[in-house]
Design a protein around this ligand. Structure first.
Ligand code: NG6
Ligand code: CA
Length: 489
C-alpha cells in the first residue's frame, strides 16, 4: 500500500442525504454506493459548504468559504472563470506533490476572461489552477450550451458552424421553450424556456456548434468512459480525479436503459444512473488492482430538490421517499438538508469499515489531501480548509470539525453547526427556497434560531428563548468566523 494513494472525489449533483440505500432510502436501490459504504466509512455528519453548486465547488477546490469572495453564486452560461489562475487549489497542491490531476464532468465555475471564447481557446479554466486535464460540461445541463470542453477547446466544432452563446434571443424567430412548447419532450415548470436542444428548453440562448453537441442521455456514459481511459493511462499513479457527475441535476434525462428503472420517475432513475457510474469506477479500480491504493470520497454539491424547473414527475412520484432523510430544507437552504449529504470514504485495507459521526466537509478536502500527500499548505491559502484527514480515514481518537458554516446561494444566510447545536441566521428571505421535505421551510421565523440537533434533527423547534446564553455564544461565534476571514490558524 502506497503512502500517497490515488484520490478520486466523486461529487454528485443535488443528491440528498436520504436518496441512497445506505442512508435509509427504501424506494430505490443503490447497490454500488451501498457497497462503497460497506467497504468504507459512512459519515452521518458529512457536509458540503453551500446549498448550491457553484459556491460548494468553489470552496471544495479553493479550500475557502465562497461567501468570502464576490461572484461565487450560481454561474451563468457566459460567466468568466471564477477561480483566478495561480490560486492554490486542491488540484495544484496535489500536482505539486507529484500527482497527475484531472476533472471530468460538470464544471460550473466559469471559463475564460472576461468571458468564454467558445470557438477559440477556453482559458483560463481548470488547467490554469492545477488540473493537467479536463473534460467538462461547462455549466449545468439546464444552461446552454450542450457541448463538451476538453482541455482548452470544444471538441468536434465545425468552423463553418460556429457556436454562439448569449443572454437574449439572436432573432425573433429563434425557437424557444415558449414558442415551441408543444414540441418539447420534457416540459418546463419555471424558467428553462429559452433555446431548445434535444427536445428540452434551457436557460440561455445558443446557435451553431451542431456537430459538437451531445445528447443528455449520454452524459453518464461519457463521464465513465473518459474517466476509465484517464485512470488507465495514469494507473502508475499517484493520480487525483475529480469526477463531477451531472446526475441528479435537472434536466434529469438518464440514459434510456435507466428510464423507468425506479418507481420515483426520472429523479430516481438518475440516482440509479449515478449509482451505476460509481460502480463502474469501482470496477475499474478492481480491474487495475488499485482499490488498495486509492482513496475514494463520495459526496454531493448540495441537498435535494424536487421541481427545479422541469415537469419530470419528481413531485408526483415521490411517495413516501424522503430525499433529505430526517432533515428539513434542501437545495437553496441553510437548514441541515441543504448541506448534510451522503459522504463516504473508502480506501480498501486502510480505512476500517464503519460509520462515523465526525463533522467533515468538502471544504476540508484541500487541507486533508495536502496532509495525505505531504504537500505544504501555504499560510495564506485554503483558509477555511481544516485537516480532518484522521477523521476521513476513521483513525481512533480522530476529531472532526468543532464548527462549520453553511451558506446558501445568497451568501447572506448562514447555518452554524457546533457540536450538538445549530444556529440559523436568515438575512435574505424567500428568493430561492425549495420545499423538498414535508417539514418546515426556512423563510419563516426570526433572524436567528437555535436548534438542538440530538433532539431535533429536523430543526422544527427554535429553542433560542430557552437557551439565551447559548444563542449569544453561537451568534458571537458566527460573527467571529466571518470577521476573521479564515477558519484555520
Ligand atoms: C437556478 C435554477 C435551477 C438550477 C439552479 C442551479 C431557475 C428558476 N432555477 O437558478 O433550475 O439550475 O439555478 O443549480 O432558473 S446548481 O445545482 O447548479 O446550483
Ligand atoms: Ca447542485
Amino acid at each position: 500500500m502506497a503512502a500517497t494513494p490515488n484520490i478520486i472525489v466523486i461529487m454528485a449533483d443535488d443528491l440528498g442525504y436520504g436518496d441512497v440505500g445506505c442512508y435509509g432510502a427504501t424506494a430505490l436501490k443503490t447497490p454500488n454506493i451501498d457497497r462503497l459504504a460497506a467497504e468504507g466509512l459512512r459519515f452521518t455528519s458529512g457536509y458540503c459548504s453551500a446549498s448550491t453548486c457553484t459556491p460548494t465547488r468553489f470552496s471544495f477546490l479553493t479550500g475557502g468559504y465562497a461567501f468570502r469572495q464576490k461572484n461565487t453564486g450560481i454561474a451563468p452560461p457566459n460567466g468568466p472563470a471564477i477561480i483566478k489562475p495561480g490560486t492554490v487549489t486542491v488540484a495544484s497542491l496535489l500536482k505539486q506533490a507529484g500527482y497527475s490531476t484531472a476533472v471530468i464532468g460538470k464544471w460550473h465555475l466559469g471559463l475564460g476572461d472576461p468571458a468564454p471564447d467558445w470557438n477559440g481557446e477556453l482559458k483560463p479554466g481548470p488547467l490554469e489552477i492545477g488540473f493537467d486535464h479536463c473534460h467538462l460540461l461547462p455549466t449545468t445541463n439546464d444552461r446552454v450550451p450542450q457541448v463538451f470542453v476538453s482541455d482548452h477547446r470544444v471538441p468536434n466544432l465545425d468552423p463553418k458552424d460556429p457556436l454562439w452563446v448569449g443572454d437574449a434571443a439572436p432573432d425573433e424567430n429563434h425557437p424557444t421553450g415558449i414558442s415551441h412548447r408543444s414540441t418539447l419532450k420534457m416540459d418546463w415548470s419555471h424558467g428553462h424556456n429559452n433555446t431548445i436542444h434535444n427536445g428540452i428548453s434551457r436557460i440561455g440562448f445558443y446557435t451553431g456548434g451542431n456537430a459538437a453537441r451531445f445528447r443528455d442521455e449520454d452524459l453518464g456514459d461519457e463521464w465513465v468512459k473518459r474517466s476509465n481511459e484517464w485512470i488507465e493511462a495514469h494507473q502508475g499513479g499517484p493520480f487525483f480525479l475529480y469526477f463531477a457527475s451531472h446526475d441528479i441535476h435537472v434536466p434529469r434525462i438518464p440514459h434510456e436503459r435507466f428510464q423507468g428503472s425506479t418507481k420515483l420517475g426520472f429523479r430516481g432513475d438518475s440516482i440509479a444512473e449515478f449509482d451505476w457510474c460509481v460502480g463502474e469506477l469501482m470496477k475499474t479500480l478492481d480491474r487495475l488492482k488499485l482499490a488498495e491504493n486509492t482513496l475514494i470520497v463520495l459526496c454531493s454539491d448540495n441537498g435535494p430538490v424536487l421541481d427545479d424547473g422541469y415537469k419530470d414527475g419528481a413531485v408526483e412520484k415521490l411517495g413516501a421517499h424522503e430525499p433529505a432523510g430526517p432533515f428539513s430544507g434542501g437545495k437553496y437552504s441553510v437548514l441541515e438538508g441543504g448541506t448534510r449529504t451522503p459522504f463516504i470514504t473508502r480506501w480498501s485495507g486502510r480505512i476500517k469499515p464503519g460509520v462515523s459521526d465526525k463533522v467533515v466537509c468538502t471544504v476540508d478536502l484541500a487541507a486533508s489531501f495536502a496532509a495525505l500527500a505531504g504537500a505544504a499548505l501555504p499560510a495564506n491559502a485554503c483558509l477555511d480548509s481544516l485537516n480532518v484527514l484522521p477523521a476521513l480515514l476513521g483513525e481512533s481518537g480522530a476529531k472532526g470539525r468543532d464548527h462549520l458554516l453553511q451558506q446558501d446561494n445568497s451568501g447572506a444566510n448562514f447555518g452554524l453547526r457546533a457540536g450538538d447545536w445549530k444556529l440559523v441566521r436568515m438575512k435574505a428571505r424567500g428568493k430561492t427556497q425549495a420545499r423538498v421535505t414535508r417539514k418546515a421551510r426556512d423563510d419563516s421565523g426570526g433572524l436567528h434560531r437555535l436548534y438542538h440537533l440530538p433532539d431535533d434533527a429536523g430543526e422544527t423547534k427554535d429553542v433560542s428563548a430557552e437557551h439565551p446564553e447559548k444563542l449569544k455564544e453561537m451568534i458571537a461565534k458566527l460573527d467571529a468566523v466571518i470577521a476573521a476571514g479564515r477558519s484555520r490558524e
